[in-house]
Structure formats: structure tokens, C-alpha cells
Design a protein around this ligand. Structure first.
Ligand code: 5GP
Length: 120
């Protein structure tokens, strides 16, 4: 696993549009874009534009409640936009044991095929 520290990540470059991404949804608080290595026909990442210490869900503080709720609601908007609102999954990998690789909190929105459970 890469560093779990609080330094900049590739997602800062995506927010700044210094590296291109395929944007699915954007508002003043969050950005949603297609995962570069999709694990399903629809695989979108949703991130807060201001990381504000949210490197991982395990670091969340009470002040993050609003953005966490907004991210989850944005996942439903993304699912609708992508035509998968009747069946999709939202995943947050938090920390190295959960295989988190980018330390800027992000939701994975997955769908477009039959998903398996448990995920492994
Ligand atoms: P994690 O394992 O941290 O939960 O997920 C990080 C995700 O970011 C991975 O699914 C990976 O494919 C995706 N990712 C990493 N770098 C880039 C990038 O430069 N562009 C995009 N669109 N996705 C990326």
C-alpha cells in the first residue's frame, strides 16, 4: 500500500483538471469521474473537492458529516445519470487493510452487471 499520509494525491491533479478525467457529475462540493481501471461497466469515483483531512473514512471527524452525506447523495445522482439506479453498489476502501490506494476519500459507484456478495 502507498503512503497513508496527508500529502497531495493524483486526485488533486484531477480536481485542478491538470490531468484529464471523464467527469460524470460535478457541483461546488464534489467531483465524480470514471475510474481509470473499471471493475464493472459503470465504475465512477466521487470525491470531495476539499479533502479537509479526509484522507480515509477512518479519519472522519464530526465536522465531515455534511460532506459525507452529500457524497452519498451524489452517488444516487450518479447512479441515475448512468442508468443503474435500480441496482448498484457504493464502496469506500478505508486504509491499507481494505486496499485503499489513493489517500483522498472517495466513493466507488459500481454497476451495470450482476455484482457478487461477499466482495472478498
Ligand atoms: P482505492 O483502491 O484507493 O479505493 O481506489 C483508487 C481508485 O482510483 C482505483 O480504482 C484506481 O483505478 C483509481 N485511479 C487511480 N489513479 C487514477 C487516475 O489517474 N484517474 C482515474 N480516473 N482513476 C484513477
Amino acid at each position: 500500500a502507498k503512503s497513508a499520509g496527508g500529502g497531495p494525491t493524483i486526485f488533486d491533479n484531477i480536481i485542478a483538471k491538470e490531468i484529464p478525467s471523464s467527469i460524470v457529475y460535478e457541483d461546488d462540493k464534489v467531483l465524480a469521474f470514471r475510474d481509470i481501471n473499471p471493475q464493472a461497466p459503470v465504475h465512477v469515483l466521487i470525491i470531495p473537492k476539499q479533502r479537509d483531512g479526509l484522507t480515509e473514512l477512518g479519519k472522519a471527524e464530526q465536522r465531515h458529516e455534511d460532506i459525507l452525506g452529500h457524497l452519498l447523495y451524489a452517488s444516487k445522482l450518479v447512479a441515475e445519470k448512468e442508468g443503474i439506479a435500480d441496482g448498484f453498489r457504493v464502496v469506500i476502501n478505508s486504509g491499507p487493510t481494505a486496499c485503499q490506494s489513493v489517500y483522498h476519500l472517495h466513493l466507488h459507484v459500481l454497476g451495470g452487471r450482476q455484482l457478487k456478495w461477499p466482495p472478498g
